[in-house]
Design a protein around this ligand. Structure first.
Ligand code: ADP
Ligand code: MG
Length: 603
């Protein structure tokens, strides 16, 4: 007896549906995409019990006549492509003709649709894939699709659904994605009969972001816009340097209008941000990458969440460049703002001997700059790194030498008020109060200084008293062999010394290392995983970022006025002043408006 049987039609549909319809949010995605493809100007999504009991999508798009409405429920029936050539350059969100039949096969579905000028519309009821009723319908022009009891006939799938709240959150995320991609469409989300989100039609993405996330987020964003010579366009809004989130929830990337999950794109963003992003954090991006549809294959993933680029490297480069340039332009704009003159205020006279008139007049337990002119003993970490002096790094601290008298510069528009808790420099500028984390600031300054040196002549190194020989596992050994030149630029004199063995005889002068082999093993271990495909320069940067921290001014190191002033001035001269090499912010601005709000002067 033969063992192979053809599956009954309904079972085959259910199997196929599994690919497209994973959870309620996938239904919302497919239905909203259809509404967008139908040219809708307004789309309303209504859900009940996390979409498990009901999902309804109503649009005012082109609608369908009766024949098309019936056809739309057939597998592989689509109005969007007709030939293999069309498949090679897809410009609509849908193209497979699978969504409606798939959804219909695993739910109770009602489709009601009407073309704008038609005398009557059509209403179709489908139950688990079987069409049960077809009749005239009287709804407004456009299409309404209602999906009830999702997976009622596929218990295996139902079991995998999460809680109502989680499913509702997934739907909301999907809704946000579509809404971001189409500010020109009005969107409404109704949850259990309450309006959860109402987004009016607008001409700009900026307005849509504001309507979704509030105006405050806009302050953290920079507009990005770049068209590269290959015609790849990168547009949208991205978080300023130092702005990040613990999850990917606000990392949106769209390729030709389609929300995409792509390792290539995430890596490119990370690379673009580089030290402007805290390790383990995610950037905030509303990024739209547009390229010739022929350059991208969307027919890869059943839910069309992934794409394949014909030339992934060029897409990557376009994104990296656009992000870098945008962050850089953010710096210029920010510096202009930062340096705008502060209103004259009663601040301490700047100068090396500046003291507060009296220690107890402010309620803030601030340590006033300059009060500790004697060098305290907890200065040790920097002293130990005294060889760094020969590097003449921009170290703002050195209490043992006669202090160069730094006159407040005339063009300097910020005023230093004092130091809070031996850590935060308090300053005033035209916008209000600025707090600078002296440790993070110093890290950034050291980082950029060392990077510059690395690019120019290499980091100064010092010879070890006794060269060390050590061996590495084969993969690590191979990694070192490939990166010897970079390591040498970094001041690490390393050479092959037999199979998988190495000899190291110089180390970067700014480092204080007792166990060279142990240090190198650690650095190699970390760099191997963090900088996979990076350039030598990037590798060096990672290494600097990893090591400078230990030598930067620590929190609690009291600085005197000239030191603080130099620190701030050096910081402002940095390429990316507002975050440390690990992406933590170096400074926080508290605006006059915020202060007034806090004091109840303004509501
Ligand atoms: P696809 O979107 O891949 O073409 P679907 O199964 O999602 O496949 O939809 C099948 C067809 O039904 C579409 O090609 C379109 O012609 C029609 N259709 C679906 N939804 C709508 C809608 N909201 N308004 C107008 N036509 C629609
Ligand atoms: Mg579709």
């Amino acid at each position: 007896m033969s063992r192979i049987k053809l599956l009954p039609e309904t079972l085959a549909s259910q199997v196929a549906a599994g690919e497209v319809v994973e959870r309620p949010a996938s239904v919302v995605k497919e239905l909203v995409e259809n509404s967008i493809d139908a040219g809708a100007r307004a789309i309303e999504v209504g859900i009940q019990r996390g979409g498990m009991s009901r999902i309804r999508v109503v649009d005012d798009g082109c609608g369908m006549d009766r024949d098309d409405a019936l056809l739309s429920l057939e597998r592989h029936a689509t109005s969007k492509i007709a030939s293999a050539a069309d498949l090679a350059a897809i410009s609509t969100l849908g193209f497979r003709g699978e969504a409606l039949p798939s959804i219909a096969s695993v739910s109770r579905l009602r489709l009601s649709t009407r073309e704008p000028g038609a005398v009557a519309g059509t209403e179709i009821l489908v139950n688990g894939g079987r069409i049960e009723t077809v009749r005239d319908g009287g709804e407004a022009p456009g299409t309404q699709i209602e999906v009830r009891s999702l997976f009622y006939n596929v218990p295996a799938r139902r079991k995998f659904l999460r809680s109502e709240t989680t499913e509702a959150r997934n739907i909301e995320h999907q809704f946000f994605l579509q809404a971001l991609a189409h500010p020109e469409i009005g969107f409404t989300l109704v949850r259990e009969d309450n309006i959860a989100s109402q987004l009016p039609i607008t001409t700009s993405l900026r307005d849509r972001i504001r309507d979704l996330y509030g105006a405050k987020l806009l302050d953290d964003l920079l507009e990005i816009s770049l068209r590269d010579r290959r015609g790849i366009q990168v547009q949208g809004w991205i978080g300023r340097a130092g702005v990040s989130r613990q999850t990917r929830a606000q990392q949106f990337v769209f390729v030709n209008g389609r929300a995409i999950d792509s390792g290539i794109l995430s890596t490119a963003l990370r690379e673009g941000y580089h030290t402007a992003l805290m390790r383990g954090q995610f950037p905030v991006t509303f990024l739209f990458v547009d390229l010739n549809p022929r350059e991208v294959d969307v027919n890869v993933h059943p839910a069309k969440r992934e794409v394949r680029f014909r030339d992934p490297a060029s897409v990557r480069e376009a994104i990296v460049e656009a992000v870098q340039r945008t962050l850089e332009s953010g710096r210029v704009e920010w510096q202009r703002k930062f340096n705008a003159p502060a209103a004259p205020a009663a601040v301490l006279p700047p100068g090396p001997a500046a003291t507060r008139p009296d220690g107890g007049t402010t309620s803030v337990s601030s340590q006033i700059v300059g009060r500790d002119s004697a060098r305290p003993s907890n200065f040790a970490p920097l002293d130990q790194a005294s060889r760094a002096d020969s590097l003449n790094l921009s170290r703002p601290i050195d209490g043992n030498r006669p202090e160069p008298q730094i006159e407040p510069r005339r063009d300097q528009q910020f005023q230093i008020i004092g130091v809070l808790n031996r850590l935060y420099v308090l300053m005033e500028n035209s916008d209000g109060l600025v707090l600078v984390d002296q440790h993070a600031a110093h890290e950034r300054i050291l980082f950029e200084e060392l990077r510059r040196r690395m690019e120019e002549q290499g980091v100064p190194s010092q010879r070890m008293l006794l060269p060390q020989i050590f061996s590495l596992p084969p993969r690590d050994a191979e990694w070192v062999e490939c990166n010897v030149a970079t390591l040498q630029k970094m001041g690490i004199g390393i050479e092959n010394f037999g199979v998988n063995s190495f000899r190291v005889d110089t180390l970067p002068a700014f480092l204080e290392i007792a166990d060279a082999a142990g240090f190198l093993r650690k650095v190699i271990d970390e760099l191997k995983t963090t900088s996979r495909s990076s350039s030598p320069l990037r590798l060096g940067e990672d290494m600097i970022a990893k090591t400078v921290c230990r030598h930067a001014v620590k929190a609690n190191d009291p600085l005197r006025y000239p030191e603080v002033e130099k620190l701030i001035r050096d910081l402002l001269a940095c390429d990316l002043p507002y975050c440390c090499p690990h992406g933590r912010p170096t400074m926080i601005q508290i605006s006059h408006a915020e202060l007034e709000k806090k004091f109840g002067r303004k509501v």
